[in-house]
Ligand binder design. Structure first.
Ligand code: HEC
Ligand code: HEC
Length: 405
């Protein structure tokens, strides 16, 4: 205990008094200011509300105006579409709401709206004969599809293949497979000739489609196709497609309303995927890989790094299942392989010499080669400066060993 309570007790009392007065003064002043500020804000809010109401009025007027514009556009558009050319309806206008873009002009819509339906809706007026089509086809299509639509090299065949549809390797052509003539017209009109789409006139398309039918022995050589006889034409495979009614017929049989809440009292794990062996553990994959390459342990971090380094090689090399020669030879089983050892790759002179000398790729030669290809095998056509970092070399060697899979 202090010897001087008579001194320090009054001292504490004095300090408390001073602090108390200071506090009182501060809060009083603060609340006056606060009330004034709030009053100011209320006044501001009131005037803002009046202004907003006025603005809303202006907007409503503008919306009414725009709606009138839209209505005029729409009625114009309908009269343009009713000329039989167009199939689609325009989407509803959102530009007024979001203030984005502008309404497409009727002419713009018609330019896009080129689809043709099986019943012939959307077809423009026009005509063309087999004979005219033969010439057009020779000029615009035969370079890829062959003079008789038989297909050049790997370009699509457009004719034949009848009665192969049930085979293991069916030949699906316009003649054997396509159910509707409208698809042929639409496809050719919209997307062919490949690389020069939509350069053909409507009559050219009619003629070419007539010729494709002729190539498929579906019409005689004096046949003319036009917008009037179009709808009557039955394709060979028109009965070969069925409407998919599974959603009505099957769906209800297999599906109940899903339970979303408190579906099961308690959940019990009865088996693990790894035990059932449906999901192999990473370790076991690694083990298999290790066994495959005869290395005791390959660390997966190193392989990952190697895979990354291999991105530098990828432009020219492939590795792994299905790898083939590209700019450079494929790199499967590269370790133990003869340098320049693939029969089906055209190596440079220096690689051919290495092959004659029966030199084999091992880790040492690989590291030497990859760190400076053109020093190690002077004159190689592998245009690659080399890997500088020892870590990269170690990683790529591990990756090549792993076989890339
Ligand atoms: C430069 C090559 C080339 C030319 C020229 C060309 N086509 Fe094509 N055609 C193709 C290719 C490629 C495909 C496949 C396109 C695809 O599947 O995306 C194709 C597909 C087709 C198909 C669909 C075949 C199918 O069974 O799927 C038809 C029909 C067709 N072309 C007709 C024509 C007609 C008619 C012409 C001439 C006006 C023409 N092509 C000109 C390359 C060409
Ligand atoms: C720009 C293309 C290119 C790049 C990038 C490239 N290579 Fe090559 N590589 C070649 C060519 C071309 C050859 C054949 C060399 C020759 O005939 O002179 C070759 C040869 C090889 C060979 C010898 C194969 C054999 O059959 O003897 C190995 C190994 C090799 N490259 C690995 C790599 C690796 C690993 C990388 C990436 C770090 C890489 N290459 C990057 C083009 C390339």
């Amino acid at each position: 205990m202090s010897k001087f309570p008579n001194l320090w007790i009054p001292a504490i009392g004095g300090t408390a008094l001073v602090l108390g007065v200071a506090y009182g003064v501060a809060t009083k002043k603060y609340s006056d200011d606060w009330i004034r500020a709030m009053e100011g804000q209320v006044a501001l809010a009131q005037s803002a509300m009046v202004k907003t109401e006025a603005e809303i009025g202006v907007y409503l007027e503008r919306v009414a105006e725009l709606e009138a514009v839209v209505a005029t556009f729409e009625s114009n558009l309908h009269s343009t579409m009713n000329d039989g050319r167009s199939v689609s309806q325009p989407a509803t206008l959102l530009s007024a709401k979001y203030k984005l873009g502008r309404r497409a002009l009727p002419a713009e819509i018609i330019a896009w709206d080129v689809d043709v339906l099986p019943d012939g809706r959307g077809l423009p007026k026009g005509r063309g004969t087999v004979f005219e089509g033969e010439q057009e086809f020779a000029e615009h299509c035969a370079s890829c599809h062959g003079d008789f639509a038989e297909g050049v090299d790997n370009w699509p065949v457009l004719a034949g293949g009848f009665d192969t549809l049930a085979d293991e390797d069916p030949v699906k052509t316009v003649g054997s497979y396509w159910p509707y003539l409208s698809t042929v017209w639409d496809y050719v009109h919209r997307s062919m000739p490949f690389g020069a789409a939509q350069t053909l006139s409507d009559d050219q398309v009619y003629a070419i489609v007539a010729y494709i039918l002729y190539s498929n022995d579906l019409v005689e050589e004096e046949f003319e196709l036009n917008h009037e006889n179009f709808g009557e034409f039955q394709m060979h495979n028109s009965k070969g497609f069925i409407i998919d009614d599974r959603s009505d017929v099957e769906y209800t049989l297999w599906r109940n309303e899903p339970c979303m809440e408190n579906c099961k009292q308690n959940v019990e794990i009865t088996m693990r995927a790894s035990v059932l062996d449906v999901t192999p553990e990473i370790e076991s994959i690694m083990e298999e890989e290790n066994a495959l390459i005869g290395t005791a342990l390959v660390d997966s971090g190193l392989l990952k790094a190697g895979e990354k380094v291999f991105k530098k090689c990828q432009a020219c090399h492939q590795i792994g299942t299905g790898a083939s020669n590209k700019v450079g030879p494929h790199l499967n089983d590269i370790f133990g392989r003869e340098m320049g050892g693939l029969d089906d790759f055209k190596y440079s002179h220096v690689f051919r010499i290495a092959a004659e000398e029966n030199r084999i790729w091992d880790e040492e030669s690989m590291v030497a080669f990859l760190s400076k290809p053109n020093d190690y095998l002077k004159g190689t056509k592998m245009a690659f400066a080399g890997l500088k970092r020892a870590e990269d070399l170690e990683a790529i060697v591990a990756y090549l060993r792993s076989g890339g899979n």
